[in-house]
Design a protein around this ligand. Sequence first.
Ligand code: KG4
Ligand code: ZN
Length: 351
Amino acid sequence: MLVLGIETSCDETGVALVEDGKLVRSNVIADQRALHDRYGGIVPEVASRAHVDLLHPAVEQALALGGARLEDVDGFAVTVGPGLAGSLLVGVAAAKAYALALDRPLVGVNHLIAHVYANVLEHGSLPLPAVVFVVSGGHTSLLVMEADERFRVLGQTIDDAAGEAYDKVARVLGLGYPGGPILDELAKEGDPGAVRFPRALLGDGTDDFSLSGLKTAVLRHVRRLEQTGEELRVADVAASFQEAVVDVQVSKVLGAAKREGLDTVLLAGGVAANSRLRGRLLEAAEEAGIRVLAPSPALCTDNGAMVGCAGTFALERGERAPPDLGAEPNLGIVPGVGRRAARRPSRHRKR
Ligand code: KG4
Ligand code: ZN
């Protein structure tokens, strides 16, 4: 089955041709970065307009690179949420038009679930149940994936998402956007022990995360140096910030796997591309006899292939989008667990 996956939830226009839910025939990502760069972050209105301009050429390119014509596509999959309402709508409207014009089935895909399914593209069928760590620009969630598209939430961030923290800290340090990959590279030249930043909720017995205090600590550090005139070693700050983030992530992810008695961890989302998180988690997991699977970095960040993959599974289950399919900006990975809900700290569990 040849499925065209369309992803427009944020600032990447992604279109991919996926065969049988596992072979990526093409994966086109039209990057809008240059458009948003001068604002230091994503401007929703700019993003949705750019999707309108970029989507159809991206579809044509994905077909050309994948060696297929539009008529060869057996089904369409499109991200319905979570994400920016205007951006999502561009993808949803286009996917509906293609499916209707060609008389092919269409499914709406949950962006977070698609991130998890990027692992299928890389590793084949998923060894379930597994602990899943979704870390992206808008989400930080620790879950158990029990079966195909069935998740149980263990914990999540009570304030900033991991990617959000990377992006904000990069801005404080006067680096570009998105901050994650820039800090990741820069940190390789820095000393992770140079500045002792806080590790919020480390060892607190919950699966929750908190990053806003860390972000503020970086800001304070930079301000203090500005006032005293001391040299700001940006690479050291990047490495120290990243280490604080990764320390907590590694501890909580492995802690959850051990407590749940599960020997597989799946990483998903843009921040799963982080080289330090991957390296440290893999090392610590190996010692604990736990296997860590992650998509290749290019499939961690937003792309159409993961949508095509998750969409293929949904189509094969017989799912079909209703004619009035719309965008669901606040969709959670589990019904009712949206971004807003994530702002409430979960009750502390005793071990
Ligand atoms: O999954 P994604 O592409 O979009 C969302 O669904 O949000 O994630 C984007 C986020 C951005 O915040 C970006 O800075 C972060 O992922 N990111 C990284 C890395 N690559 C992307 N964060 C840390 N290290 C990276 N290598
Ligand atoms: Zn994403």
